[in-house]
Design a binder for this molecule. Structure first.
Ligand code: GTR
Length: 338
């Protein structure tokens, strides 16, 4: 269809001036107010999370570039529900926009698992090199048959384990500990392959589940660990970086019933701009977050045997990317830009 390619299209006029001639021969000018279309964007993170800031920047750009004709209101902190339910509602069109972890979207579009295989990227620059290539475009467009419009990629750094019990230095330290993972089959199998016990659950339940001892810990990036306050109940953070899960800014294709192709093009351009904004913000705030956590006395441990982690999850490549093994090789061989 439409999408990425069309966004440089001409933007139509906003106001229509209708000249009416009165019976007495005088001319009256009536300015017809443009109609405003309101949309909702669902975000699970709180308002101080770097990704929520990028959602707001996206909404700001859309309002500015459509001269107020389209207003997107950002509902953060899971106000519109957990990610799994939000995804369903976006498919139905009950929610118009969302920013989701690709881990969630991969549950309905399993080809996306290729981009979240454990240790597939060497680092953040490598991941961005892939996301901004034809491979990234292919996967962003690949969710169209699920009623979704992939607008942009956002960064979510690398995910690592944290827990309330002990420092993790080697694979064997994970044994006997129970971790929450995202409601994603790949994430469940990945944590098991590393030797951990696993419970998939919604993000919003993690804090109390650690506090009450239902689980020993979870896994995430520094800004999420910090803004969710999970560090208050799980003070051992291990930098094992087992997976980088890109985030997706998504629209329901039901929005197409309410806006023109020209406005869709504007929205897509704003999404791309917000991607750059988010990536920059992420880079800065991820470091700030790590520093803040260190200052708070969180015990941050580097693993001793990264290669052992890499090898333990290797069998998942065949299970989750069997139809895409050539693409996986292309990804792995892609040079980082910086
Ligand atoms: C965060 C991600 C969220 C959500 C959360 C989780 O890093 O930004 O979209 O997936 O992790 O673990 O549920």
């Amino acid at each position: 269809m439409l999408l990425k390619k069309n966004y440089r299209a001409w933007i139509g006029m906003v106001c229509m001036v209708i000249l009416l001639s009165g019976c007495n021969g005088e001319t009256t000018t009536v300015v017809k107010q443009p109609e405003v279309t309101y949309f909702r964007l669902a975000e699970i993170h709180p308002s101080d999370h770097p990704t929520t800031k990028a959602d707001r920047e996206f909404a700001r750009l859309v309002e500015e570039r459509t001269e107020g004709r389209i207003i997107i209101k950002v509902y953060d902190s899971e106000q519109l529900g957990p990610e799994k339910a939000v995804l369903e509602q976006v498919q139905f069109g009950a929610i118009d926009f969302t920013r989701l972890s690709m881990g969630q979207v991969a549950e309905i579009s399993p080809q996306l698992n290729v981009l979240q295989l454990p240790y597939i990227y060497r680092d953040s620059d490598h991941m961005w090199q892939v996301l901004n290539s034809d491979i990234g475009d292919f996967f962003l467009d690949s969710i169209e048959d699920k009623g979704l419009i992939g607008l942009a990629w956002y960064d979510a750094g690398a995910r690592s384990f944290y827990n309330s019990v002990r420092e993790i230095k080697t694979l064997s330290d994970l044994e006997g500990l129970k971790f929450r993972v995202m409601e994603s089959q790949l994430m469940v199998e990945m944590a098991r392959a590393l030797g951990a016990s696993v419970i998939p659950m919604a993000y919003g339940e993690v804090y109390s589940s650690i506090q009450t001892g239902v689980i020993d810990g979870a896994e995430n990036n520094f800004p999420s660990y910090e803004t969710s306050l999970h560090y208050e109940v799980a003070k051992y953070f291990t930098i094992d970086e087992h997976v980088r899960v890109p985030e997706m800014l998504i629209a329901s294709n039901k929005i197409l019933d309410r806006i023109s192709e020209e406005d869709l093009a504007i929205i897509m351009a704003c999404a791309e701009e917000s991607e750059i904004y988010q990536r920059d913000k992420w880079r800065i705030e991820e470091k700030e977050s790590e520093q803040k956590l260190r200052d708070l006395g969180i015990i941050i441990t580097e693993i001793e045997d990264r290669q052992a982690f890499v090898e333990a999850v290797r069998p998942l490549y065949d299970r989750y990317a069997n139809d895409y093994l050539e693409m996986v090789e292309r990804i792995q061989n892609m040079e980082s830009l910086e």
